[in-house]
Design a protein around this ligand. Structure first.
Ligand SMILES: [Zn+2]
Ligand SMILES: [Zn+2]
Length: 448
């Protein structure tokens, strides 16, 4: 049975995960005094206890229904209904409106699950609940509450493996080659376990967007059975570094031929997330690689290499052109209204060439933007300025247009997803893929 492991189930209320973690922490404290790989043993306990609480965006009302034939929803302590519309009330309670229009007011928070009797009987079939649309189906159960703004907060509580199956198709694409799906499953699991409690102040562990990992329930895994096979065949597996489960594993769409160093980009060194070449022929390690000067970055961007695994993929190389008017409009929050842009100067880059400090010279003054993500956001958004590895050419004085040329899509740290797909197509298994993009890390199992 999924996401109903006893230690989670036996603690009613909104703090089931905390109960699991407290239990695991107590057991870890006991384990840690024993000789041997206490760290790994501790992670095993966390894995065994892990239910993931995912915050699902919802509007001012939400409809939940049973997607499992012959099984009703169990709402609150005893209501059994096929589907229910939930609305927040000003007094903080939640109104539930059933299929026949009957209204019931319930105390905040409201638990919603499938009827347990039917759940036991149909153990082998996924038990699904839909949100707003019968195709948007989710595993596990839900907790609905009213937040401080009077809006509904919907939290999906589910087994870690079911969560991973709801992430993989949206992060790398359900149609990706099987070994790339398996690599993504290991990375998504590593990320989830190391991010438990990231949104604790919001009442859940992880959000369902790119901020944590994109999670959209079970629809895609049901349509593409290879997703569940990839998750099941790697169940419990995460990245390890020096004998303990890795504290995070970043990934991105396309590195452009060279991955980024986490320490260089974000200031905290992670030994298995240093620069590597995403290449069939060049030495895998990029340590000591240095292209932080403008000319070197331009040279790298302008010499695409067909031997790169991600060569030719979306964002491998990209180009954006802005007129003076457009760029001044985009940068208005930085340079103010009615100012023109005189030049853009990258004053600090990582050794892979990603801009981390940018000075905007404008008619209204000079302004600095710091951080790769903030720079991309300020210059038109992270989907337009696809990576921090870019150079700018301008034309005229003051310039009438600005041309950006760049390499890569995303922050560049960790696994390059297009590279992983190409490696899988060429016969590499998921372990080789992961060992390439996380140098020094290994794949290990937390399954007790
Ligand atoms: Zn998040
Ligand atoms: Zn790549």
């Amino acid at each position: 049975m999924r996401c109903m492991n006893e230690s989670c189930r036996d603690h009613p209320g909104g703090s089931r995960l905390m109960a699991c973690l407290v239990l695991a922490a107590i057991l870890c404290a006991i384990v840690i005094v024993l000789p041997g790989s206490a760290g790994a043993a501790c992670e095993e306990l966390l894995y065994a206890a892990a239910c993931i609480r995912v915050g699902i965006p919802c509007g001012s009302e939400v409809r939940l229904g049973s997607a499992s034939e012959g099984t009703d929803l169990r709402v609150g302590d005893g209501l059994e209904l096929n589907y229910v519309l939930f609305r927040p009330e000003e007094d903080g309670s939640i109104t539930c409106i059933g299929p026949d229009g009957a209204c019931v007011k319930l105390e905040n928070p409201v638990a919603v699950s499938l009827d347990e009797g039917a759940n036991d009987a149909a153990d082998s079939k996924p038990q699904l609940i839909w949100i707003d649309n019968e195709k948007a189906v989710y595993q596990g159960r839900f907790e609905l509450s009213v937040n401080s703004n009077g809006c509904l907060l919907l939290v999906n509580v589910l087994d870690l493996e079911d969560y991973v199956a709801g992430v993989v198709p949206y992060e790398i694409g359900a149609a990706s080659p099987f070994e790339a799906l398996r690599a993504q499953a290991v990375v998504a699991r590593t990320t989830a376990l190391s991010s438990l409690g990231r949104h604790e102040e919001h009442g859940y562990d992880l959000c369902a967007t790119t901020h944590c990992q994109v999670y959209r329930g079970a629809g895609a895994e049901l349509a593409q059975p290879a997703v569940r096979e990839a998750v099941d065949s790697t169940a419990g597996e995460v990245l390890f570094y020096e004998g303990i489960a890795a504290r995070g594993a970043n990934y991105h769409a396309c590195c452009g031929g060279l991955t980024e160093s986490a320490g260089d980009l974000w200031g905290t060194d992670v030994p298995y997330m240093h620069t590597v070449r995403c290449s069939r022929t060049l030495d895998s390690r990029g340590d000591g690689f240095e292209i932080s000067h403008e000319d070197e970055v331009r040279g790298w961007i302008q010499t695409p290499d067909p031997d790169d695994y991600c060569y030719g993929s979306n964002g491998y190389r990209w180009r954006v052109e802005y007129s003076q008017e457009t760029l001044a409009g985009i940068l208005e929050p930085v340079i103010g209204p009615d100012a023109s842009v005189e030049s853009l100067e990258v004053v600090a880059r990582t050794s892979r060439g990603a801009a981390v400090r940018l000075v905007v010279h404008a008619s209204s003054g000079d302004y600095e933007v710091s951080g790769e993500y903030a720079i991309r956001a300020a210059l038109g958004g992270t989907q337009v300025i696809k990576s921090g590895v870019f150079v700018v050419s301008s034309d005229g004085n003051p310039p009438t247009k600005f041309e950006f040329e760049g390499a890569g899509y995303g922050h560049g740290v960790g696994m390059c997803q297009y590279g992983a797909r190409a490696m899988a197509l060429e016969g590499h298994d998921y372990i080789s893929i992961l060992e390439k993009y996380y140098p020094g890390a290994t794949v290990g199992s937390l399954k007790p």
